[in-house]
Design a protein around this ligand. Sequence first.
Ligand SMILES: N[C@@H](CCC(=O)N[C@@H](CS)C(=O)NCC(=O)O)C(=O)O
Length: 220
Amino acid sequence: MSEELVLYVGEKNISSWSMRAWLALHAKELRFEERTIELRSDKDRVRRRQVSPTGRVPVLHHGDLVVPDSLAIIEYLEEAFPAPKHLPLWPADRRQRAHARWLAAAMHSGFMKLRESMSFNLCFLPQPPPATPEALAEAGEMLGLFETALARPNAGGPFLFGPFGAADVMYAPAVVRLTSFKVPTAKTPKAAAYLQGVLAHPPVRRWLDAARALPPRETY
Ligand SMILES: N[C@@H](CCC(=O)N[C@@H](CS)C(=O)NCC(=O)O)C(=O)O
């Protein structure tokens, strides 16, 4: 598989879905070219539609294959660059894999109130606005999911299923939201430690450092 991997992303302080695909490529330790299409200057999606059939980012190009969705990118990378030659994104154990997959799917299709109220771009403001009660309720639910996963008898940590994998990739932008909006974590101590572990993970830090270097955006 010698074709070049190209990932189109949005601005690092806006595009949380782009962050996921970018982290997945890093978790696999794959070389790729990153190309940014600014969402703010492509409101009509004209530039995105030239490279992405959904007009959205992230979109991965690999040779003539085009994959325009974060979770589909994760699945493609896992199949195209499988373990043991490459690092795995999903746990080897089938039961753990099922757990990791439903957590990833829950993030991909849910937590709408949290996503709306604790928008990713707001995380980079000096003082994010207060979150709605509905968003805080979903944040509590998310912390509960982390706590349960991390309290499994076979949980080795430091991440949800051991090494930084697909479930962590999917939740990393949400971790940024929970911490930026200072969601209380006293009742979920394992989840609290997990949030700090994700923020300290080197590729997460690299993305966030780049995001903080951009002008903060209240809207986009
Ligand atoms: N389900 C998609 C969502 C992608 C998505 O909504 N991307 C945003 C940027 S973070 C986007 O391109 N939004 C612009 C728009 O919808 O016009 C995924 O998982 O990648």
